[in-house]
Design a protein around this ligand. Structure first.
Ligand code: PLP
Length: 403
């Protein structure tokens, strides 16, 4: 038997071989099962981040591994000159779950950024020049999706970016109405819950007003559900918490493939459907058979195992239990279902993440004062409770670490 490389040696090789955009990885992971992963030194972690809201069914779920391996062994990649039963079935199911009207359609991509790129191209096809995005938004890192992303540190080094984008304060109906009046706005893009901004839900009333105003002024409402979609918030799509709300375009990725890369764009209704004409957009890999098979397995399992209801009730549980700790450093819990932000009274988020890792929990900090939890939807109440029980000590460890 050859000796297994240690984390230390692998991390050194990582530094020598990969671009430093992610900094030094926290651990080298070698295996995952359910809600757990193991590092190269054999340490086990409870994964409360799920690859950033991606591994909806946890790690190595037999429904996903089975569907992907069977599909790969039958027919792997084919290009979009051809289609496959899996791709067609997945598009039909997404339209059904989205409640999209007759005449709607789906485009498959490989990631959230790419799905948003396609959404922007749809918006450009309205012939109007302006696109509205919200302050604190995150829509991705490709140039088009980056242009829609609020954080200047992400945008400035790459200017000039595609133009025409304006940022509005989230939740401000008057500012939105004002921005829409000249009739030159192609679209408003928004996340129902701003994930990277620290799990900040948009108000249902704001979403309703956004729907009404964009419709009145002939602009598209694009909802970026890349992080919030596919069951994570206890609904198939987070905007479905607002009765009757229907966007013109919805983008998906992260949880859709359960860890297998796939993104999707849903165009609602015939008018939006027809904006992108044959030849105006494309992709080599998007919606290929293994990716479509993975997503079908995810959708089927979420349904069969009642995981939306599970996400909703566990989400309530963790919010309640974290607040019940009565810890002075915890000032609130935001979000819905199993997408949660824990607000801290001090800027110790990154140190809590490190302390958590040392105690065998994977979480993340979206900023200095916000911890984000986005565990696999298959996590159990008992597993979540181990984190809540450990949290006070993690906060204390992080506070001491600062002095
Ligand atoms: C992660 C994310 C994206 C970008 O997705 P990638 O797959 O990383 O390109 C876009 N929008 C939202 C809301 C996201 O959370």
């Amino acid at each position: 038997m050859s000796t297994t490389p240690t984390q230390e040696s692998l991390t050194a090789r990582y530094r020598d071989a990969l671009l430093p955009v992610f900094g030094t990885p926290q651990r080298v992971l070698v295996r995952g099962q359910g809600a757990h992963v193991w590092d190269a030194d054999g340490t086990q972690y409870l994964d409360l981040l799920a690859g950033i809201a991606v591994n909806a069914l946890g790690h190595a779920h037999p429904a996903v591994t089975g569907a992907v391996s069977e599909q790969l062994a039958t027919l792997g990649h084919i290009s979009n000159f051809f289609t496959s039963p899996a791709q067609i079935e997945l598009a039909e199911q997404l339209l059904h779950l989205a409640g999209a009207p007759a005449g709607s359609g789906v485009f498959f991509a490989n990631s959230g950024s790419e799905a948003n790129e396609a959404a922007v191209k749809i918006a450009r096809r309205t012939g109007r020049g302006r696109i509205l995005a919200l302050e604190n938004s995150f829509h991705g890192r490709t140039l088009g999706s980056l242009a829609l992303t609020w954080k200047e540190a992400y945008r400035t080094p790459f200017e000039p970016l595609p133009g025409g984008v304006e940022f509005l304060p989230a939740g401000d109906v008057a500012a939105l109405e004002q921005a829409l009046t000249d009739g030159e706005v192609a679209a408003l893009i928004a996340e129902p819950i701003q994930g990277e901004a620290g799990v900040r839900p948009l108000d249902g009333e704001y979403l309703r007003a956004a729907r009404r105003l964009t419709r009145e002024h002939g602009a598209l409402l694009i909802l970026d559900e890349v992080q919030t979609g596919v069951g994570r918030t206890g609904h198939w799509f987070a905007h479905q918490a607002v009765e009757g709300l229907q966007p013109d375009v919805m983008t998906l990725a992260k949880g859709l493939g359960g860890g297998y890369p796939i993104g999707a764009v849903i165009a609602y209704g015939p008018a939006v459907h027809d904006l992108l004409q044959p030849g105006q957009h494309g992709t080599t890999f998007g919606g290929n058979p293994p990716a479509a098979a993975a997503a079908l397995a995810v959708l089927r399992t979420l349904h069969e195992e009642h995981l939306l209801e599970h996400a909703a009730s566990l989400g309530e549980q963790i919010a309640r239990e974290v607040m019940a700790l009565g810890h002075p450093l915890i000032t609130g819990v935001r979000g819905a279902g199993l997408l949660r932000g824990i607000e801290l009274a001090a800027p110790i988020g990154p140190r809590v993440v490190t302390a958590a890792l040392e105690q065998g929990f994977i979480i993340n900090a979206t900023g200095p004062t916000t911890l984000r939890l986005a565990p696999p939807l298959i996590i159990t109440a008992e597993q979540l409770a181990t984190f809540t029980a450990a949290l006070p000590a993690l906060l204390d460890a992080a506070t001491e670490g600062g002095h």
